[in-house]
Design a protein around this ligand. Structure first.
Ligand code: ATP
Ligand code: MG
Length: 402
């Protein structure tokens, strides 16, 4: 008996040539995910279907966990594949399948047999009846309901017999690598990892940039961001994280500009640096975790002024219309929340004014920025030159087929 998973993906928009790009990217991401686990997995595409073949003593929960993190999978089904095509073997295996995959068996079901091999001695309805009876006998608490069954036990008669029924929901979205690359401004907070997740979900590769301000922000705060990038990489694949030392720029702004404008000016320079790194790394957009009105620096006016700093690419804010609680719900679901709430200082809050402007005026802000003209360009260059690149979530692809 072969332990496998049948991978289901939405085929809308996956027509013609795109289909291969989509499927190949999907297979690559599944393989990437499975590298976390022991044993040899095979991921194959057979006549328009993607299968994961598991090793003999495979880690079921671990495998399910990996597959749940792969964008592009709408659902997946544990599947048993048997070589012995006799009806006796099918009966026995169907019963075993149910025993292995269900804790509770008081469900209604129907058997749905499909024959790719029309030469098989039984027709589909005969097979349905025989297997259904075997299930009723082994699990008397089940009942047959052909109209609205809770479980459909699929039997496929092909070159081998496929048995599956249980459907596990996948992450949805599009496979990573089908939609270009974007640069995420990743802080240690709750929002930006969620913004990264949502962008990656549409098939976008994520690079990230983190601004830290040692010694005002600690090594531990940076480590937390690396951990968040690692959690995002479980969905997004390897993340190239650029760590930019922002201390001198912050101190300079603090020295030269009105303190109530600090946050907004700092954010504009973060955007400018992120844009430069994005351009150098073929990213087509910036991504932030901002949502309208969440804090002073995210009023619509503030967003307007922040956005104006970026000239060559769009800035995506996938959380724009979400309430904080909705963002928290997603961060809990994707597993970043616990790390995000660890209390480490954030470079934005260190120098923050008691009463930051909530309605910045672009002209006024630009005027304030003029007082930085002497040194700021040089400082930006220096910050870019000292870019520390940390590659997060990279797994050796030495074993190609794994
Ligand atoms: P988050 O929870 O993502 O930190 P926040 O609610 O704390 O967001 P801000 O601190 O105003 O909001 O930051 C808004 C956005 O700016 C963040 O979502 C992130 O994209 C970016 N950002 C803020 N601080 C940093 C930083 N130190 N490094 C990189 N990006 C940052
Ligand atoms: Mg923050």
């Amino acid at each position: 008996m072969l332990h496998s998973f049948l991978i289901k993906y939405a085929e809308i928009g996956v027509k013609g040539k795109n289909r291969y790009i989509f499927e190949d990217a999907l297979i690559q991401q599944i393989k990437y995910g499975l590298r976390r686990l022991d044993g040899h997995y095979g991921v194959t595409k057979v006549s328009g279907r993607v299968y994961v073949e598991c090793p003999e003593d495979f880690d079921y929960d671990g495998t399910v966990d990996v597959l749940r993190h792969v964008f592009g999978i709408t659902a997946f089904c544990p599947m048993e594949r048997i070589a012995d095509r006799s009806i006796e073997s099918i009966k026995k295996s169907a019963v075993e399948y149910i025993r292995n995959n269900y804790d509770k068996t008081d469900f209604s079901f129907k058997v749905d047999t499909k024959r790719a091999d029309k030469g098989y001695p039984l027709n589909s309805m005969e097979a349905d009846a025989i297997v259904g009876e075997a299930i009723l006998e082994a699990f008397p608490e089940t009942r047959v309901d052909v109209h609205e069954p809770e479980e459909v036990i699929h039997i496929e008669i092909r070159e081998m017999i496929n048995i599956y029924s249980k459907v596990i929901r996948g992450a949805g979205g599009m496979p990573i690598g089908t939609n270009g690359k974007a640069m995420l401004l990743l802080s240690g907070g709750i929002d930006s990892p969620v913004a990264g997740y949502m962008t990656a979900k549409r098939g976008v590769v994520i690079d990230a940039v983190y601004f830290h301000a040692p010694p005002y922000t600690s090594e531990r705060a940076k480590q937390k961001v690396v951990e968040l990038a690692e959690l995002v990489s479980r969905y997004a694949g390897p993340v190239y994280l650029h760590v930019i030392n922002f201390t001198d720029i912050q101190l300079y702004i603090y020295e030269k500009c009105p303190h109530d404008e600090l946050t907004i000016i700092m954010r504009r320079y973060m955007m400018k640096i992120a844009e430069r790194i994005a351009n150098e790394n073929d990213c087509l957009a910036l991504v932030t975790g901002e949502s309208i009105g969440q804090v002073a620096s995210q009023t619509l006016k503030s967003l307007y002024v922040t956005d104006e700093a970026v000239k060559t690419m769009p800035v995506f804010r996938p959380l724009i219309g979400l309430d904080k609680q909705e963002i928290i719900d997603i961060s809990e679901k994707i597993g970043t929340y616990e790390t995000s709430i660890q209390p480490y200082e954030d470079c934005c809050t260190i120098f923050v004014a008691k009463h930051p402007v909530t309605k910045p005026n672009l002209k006024v802000i630009k005027h304030s920025e003029e007082s930085l003209s002497e040194k700021i360009d040089e400082m930006l260059e220096e910050a870019l030159q000292n870019d520390e690149l940390i590659i997060v979530g990279k797994r050796s692809s030495g074993e190609e087929d794994k």
